[in-house]
Design a protein around this ligand. Structure first.
Ligand code: PBG
Length: 325
């Protein structure tokens, strides 16, 4: 049976019939909002390539989060800019590191807001790599201990979920057992499982001051050409105890999001990264795209692909638009 009996347009003829047959509905419950915190007071330093995103001192962050909480966003993902960088990224696992301070302050003011922390060394190391550098290369096993220490110190500061993003082999297991050993067996791990070596992280490296000072991250982040490998990474992280697995970036990897959701059935997060945000903002800024429609379409597409959680810098604006609609 086909045309003229079958006419798909019948179900597109009014907004109300479209609402009834709509398969994917975006809500504020889908979003996790990334924030960048830094030392100081009363500071808000805009990130040039990410209009609407800034590095905030903790007091400014608390003020900004008032709206985030009022909008009903479930949580934030915290990144930190340290006071100083060194070879071993010491501030990453220091009790009075910037993330630890921010987490304590946020949990004190907004106890219900879910605080997820990015666990990595790249913002904290002088060389900008995600781990310990030995003989010009990132040493996997030497890095694991520092990543695990960072995760435990975040949990001790009050983080609700920790999210290792370093892409070292075995990090999820190392983080899980360190958390369990320190009395944090109730804290979930959201693993950046399929994290690709992507050009779309460019603006983030300005926001977090984390560009590698030599070489690149292709020795530990994934080759953009691979999808079967993403499934192996995801299964390995699940076996090591990951509670949520992530695909990152999102838009060039919608097929990977779909496969991970379909083949594992576990909660999947997708990271709508800085470059994806910057591209939409830049085009919208020129009047070349309708920003609201484009953003909602992008976020709906990521959810339709299979993401349960969409990590996005658009979260706040999208939540405002969804409230209005
Ligand atoms: C690194 C980290 C990166 C992002 C999140 N965690 C950057 C990188 O791997 O270079 C990228 C986020 C974005 O681009 O929005 N720990």
């Amino acid at each position: 049976m086909g045309f003229p009996v079958v006419r798909p347009r019948r179900l597109r003829s009014s907004e109300n019939i479209r609402r009834l047959v709509r398969e994917t509905v975006l809500t504020v419950n889908d979003f996790l909002y990334p924030v960048f915190v830094m030392h100081g007071r009363g500071e808000s330093r805009p990130v040039e390539a990410m209009p609407g995103v800034a590095n905030w001192s903790v007091d400014v962050c608390l003020r900004e989060l008032e709206e985030v909480v009022a909008l009903g966003l479930p949580g934030i993902l915290v990144f930190g800019l340290p006071a100083a960088k060194d070879e071993l990224g010491r501030e990453a696992y220091s009790d009075d590191g910037i993330v630890q301070r921010a987490v304590r302050a946020v949990k004190e003011h907004y106890p219900e807001l879910l605080v997820v922390t990015d666990v990595c060394l790249c913002e904290y190391t002088s060389h900008g790599h995600c781990g310990v550098v030995k003989d010009g290369a990132v040493d996997n096993d030497a890095t694991l201990e520092l990543i695990a220490r960072t995760a435990v110190s975040h949990a001790a500061a009050g983080a609700d979920v920790v999210a290792p993003s370093d892409m070292m082999d075995g990090r999820v297991g190392a983080v899980r057992s360190a958390l369990d050993g320190a009395g944090f067996s109730h804290i979930p791990v959201m693993a950046y499982s399929a994290k690709y070596a992507s050009a779309f992280y460019g603006p983030f490296r300005e926001a977090a001051g984390s560009a590698p000072q030599f070489g690149d991250r292709r020795g530990y982040q994934m080759d953009p050409a691979n999808a079967d490998e993403a499934l192996r990474e995801v299964w390995q992280d699940l076996e090591e105890g990951a509670d949520i697995v992530m695909v990152k970036p999102a838009l060039a990897y919608l097929d990977v999001i779909r496969r991970v959701k379909q083949e594992t059935g576990h909660p999947v997060a997708a990271y709508n990264v800085s470059g994806e945000y910057a591209a939409v903002k830049a085009a919208a800024g020129h009047g070349w795209l309708d920003e609201r429609r484009t953003v909602l379409e992008v976020l709906t597409g990521i959810k339709r692909a299979g993401a349960d959680i969409v990590i996005t810098y658009h979260a706040r604006e999208a939540a405002r638009w969804l409230r209005e609609s």
